[in-house]
Design a binder for this molecule. Structure first.
Ligand code: NDP
Length: 281
């Protein structure tokens, strides 16, 4: 249906925001769910983040997805912070209920559900996470919640990996960045949670020689969809999971929080997003 004056409204806020695929994904779900709703992108500099969010909520917005660079700041303006957003130290979902801002993080379940949806078990598996920024924090939290048996974190700046261990995964092993290929030995799941491989960034060059044949290799980067990290893993005969699943799965609980109904499973958002990424080339 076309939106009316009583449409429920929500959006995504970030800087930059023009590249965000969330408005397209949400619009497709809104259309297929047949609900009276609108989802809009909002550009806000760090300086303007808090005033814009407050103004939007006072004007009736149900909620906001939060993207770079505001995910940490989102916590400081919230009245209620979920345990997982607090642990991760970042929120990608704000909802407005009875005049109060609630912060949550759906990136963690977004990652683990994407793996499960691709047919990969997490419980009892050993994992290697490359990176220690915001995405890595969410991914580590998701993996711990999902019951990994062991975890190694390798990051260029070791102290950020140690901070993740201290905050989220006390039994994690910290590997050195230069020895990340050695850390592949005996690992069931390897995740690129760095920004390496992102368009215009250098590739995360890996030597997959020590990876076992059943190792699953997942990327958080989805522009391009097939990063060098995934291409080389595939060429080495390993199974791969691209970053689009995480984006889609983090969006589903957000949709439900905004509009009170589930994102329709019948919508092929993956095909829609791939088509859009292809046309952006
Ligand atoms: P951050 O800036 O918080 O972290 C960047 C990470 O990349 C750090 O670990 C950093 O290491 C590492 N890094 C950057 N440059 C280099 C380099 N030259 N050599 C080695 N390591 C490097 O970014 P985010 O964690 O927010 O995002 C990381 C990626 O995750 C992005 O590509 C983003 O697109 C993706 N992402 C995907 C989502 C999805 O839904 N699929 C959701 C959120 C993010 P150091 O600590 O040493 O600086």
């Amino acid at each position: 249906m076309m939106p009316t004056g009583s449409a429920k409204t929500a959006g995504v806020i970030g800087q930059p925001i023009g590249h965000s695929l969330s408005p397209l994904m949400m619009a497709a779900w809104i259309r297929d769910a047949g609900i009276d709703a609108i989802y809009t992108p909002y550009l806000a500099s760090p300086h303007m983040f808090a005033p814009v969010v407050h103004a939007l909520f006072r004007a009736g917005l149900k909620g906001l997805n939060v993207t770079l660079p505001h995910k940490t700041e989102a916590l400081t303006i919230s009245h209620h912070i979920s345990d997982r957003a607090d642990r991760i130290g970042a929120a990608n979902l704000l909802t407005y209920v009875d005049g109060q801002i609630h912060a949550d993080n759906t990136d963690a379940v977004g990652f683990t559900r994407a793996l499960t949806a691709a047919g990969h078990e997490i419980r009892g598996k050993s994992a290697l996470v490359l990176g220690a920024g915001g995405a890595a924090r969410a991914i580590v939290d998701g993996l711990v919640e999902a019951g990994v048996s062991s975890l190694t974190i390798c990051n260029r700046s070791r102290e950020r990996a140690e901070a993740i261990r201290n905050d989220l995964a006390p039994s994690a092993r910290i590997g050195s960045w230069d020895d990340r290929n050695d850390a592949l030995s005996g690992v069931d799941l390897v995740v690129n949670a760095t920004s390496l491989g992102l368009r215009d960034q250098p590739e995360l060059g890996m030597d997959w020689g020590l990876a076992g044949s059943g190792t699953v290799v997942a990327d958080s980067v989805y522009v391009p969809l097939q990063t060098g990290f995934l291409k080389t893993a595939k060429a080495a005969g390993l199974e791969t999971v691209d970053g689009l699943g995480m984006l889609i799965e983090q969006g589903k609980p957000s949709f439900e929080a905004f509009f009170g109904s589930s994102a329709p499973e019948s919508t092929d958002v993956r095909a829609l997003l791939i088509d859009t990424l292809e046309h952006r080339k």
